[in-house]
Design a protein around this ligand. Structure first.
Ligand code: PBG
Length: 331
């Protein structure tokens, strides 16, 4: 890299002297178009249910979700990711509810696409909301079965595409799932359904509040370390991304976000494909907790944490702060 001239020929503070100058030399920008809003849906009518570990991120009935989706679209947010809170009575070892075309997430998708056609809808492809063991795959004894799970994921992906989902997010970390889903989509005339694979998804404690939000935490037996990645690994993330791209992913994701910013940067730099970060529930809970106590400034904290992803090379961020952040950016 070119060396700057020695002081006083170079005075880096010259470029920081006023807001207009800082705006002029800013290397990155954050806009509402960078954000995807993950949201939680419950059955019922005209109801919002608070999530204790995620203050401000309520579970919403479909009618309420539509109102928020419209608000998101009006704020310039391109897409939302809908997660279902599934009634325990619907969870089975085979996770059959995952490919029920009338399941909550399919109904929510149809309703949102009908009411707010201009917003993209993303859905997880993974069995954990429907599996009575809380795992992302089918279990036999202690083992999460890979290839049997792929059969289930294919059926789930197809009902979700049929419901109008625009972006499928395989988040289960089974081997070979992106290829199976891509082939199924092509075979059923869903050529334009996009896949954003959770390519580098780590076995992380930062998903704890999410599991409360979707009601899978209590059900989870053991951990997800035989399929989600080891936090000690970095090169392996590149292999996961390469595999998913070769199998037909259009975009890739790194998850969690801030604690894995090094991975975001490596992936974005190495592959030059649209790379997203998921600022997950535990990150949201940490920031919200500190903000709620007055230990961190909310506006500055939200925007700085999101800008970090842009600086790392991400094309966008899934964040529970999406609506708040978009409002802040509009001010
Ligand atoms: C399910 C899934 C998880 C998240 C998104 N999809 C949890 C998990 O893998 O256990 C986590 C999101 C968050 O923590 O905000 N496969």
């Amino acid at each position: 890299m070119l060396q700057p001239a020695p002081f006083p020929a170079s005075r880096p503070r010259r470029l920081r002297q006023a807001p207009w100058m800082r705006a002029l030399v800013a290397e990155n920008v954050l806009t509402p178009a960078d954000l995807i809003w993950p949201c939680f849906v419950i059955d019922g009518e005209d109801r919002a249910e608070p999530i204790e570990t995620m203050p401000g991120a309520d579970r919403l009935t479909i009618d309420r979700l539509i109102v928020k989706a419209r608000e998101a679209a009006d704020l310039g947010i391109p897409a939302i990711a809908i997660f279902p809170y599934t009634d325990a009575a619907l969870k089975t070892p085979g996770a059959e509810e995952a490919w029920n075309p009338e399941n909550l997430v399919c109904r929510a998708t149809r309703a949102v696409k009908a009411a707010v056609p201009g917003i993209g809808v993303m859905l997880d492809v993974a069995l954990d909301p429907y599996n009575s063991d809380g795992h992302d795959g089918i279990i036999e004894g202690e083992t999460i079965l890979n290839d049997e799970t792929l059969i289930a994921l294919e059926k789930q992906a197809l009902v979700q595409a049929e419901a109008g989902c625009d972006i499928l997010g395989p988040s289960d970390m089974m081997d070979g799932r992106v290829g199976v889903i891509r082939r199924a989509l092509e075979a059923h005339d869903f050529q334009n359904v996009t896949i954003m694979s959770y390519a580098a998804k780590y076995a992380s404690c930062f998903y704890g509040p999410f599991r409360d939000a979707v009601g899978s935490g209590g059900a989870l037996k053991g951990d997800k370390k035989t399929y989600q990645m080891d936090p000690a690994n970095s090169d392996e993330a590149l292999r996961e991304v390469a595999t998913d791209l070769a199998e037909g992913a259009d975009m890739v994701m790194v998850k969690p976000g801030l604690p894995y910013l090094d991975i975001c940067q490596r992936v974005a730099a190495e592959f030059r494909v649209p790379t997203y970060a998921y600022q997950v529930s535990g990150e949201y809970a940490m920031l919200k907790g500190a903000m709620g106590n007055g230990w961190l400034d909310e506006r500055a904290g939200v925007l700085e944490s999101l800008m970090a992803f842009k600086r790392a090379g991400c094309a966008g961020i899934l964040t529970y702060f999406a609506l708040d952040a978009a409002r802040m950016l509009r001010e």
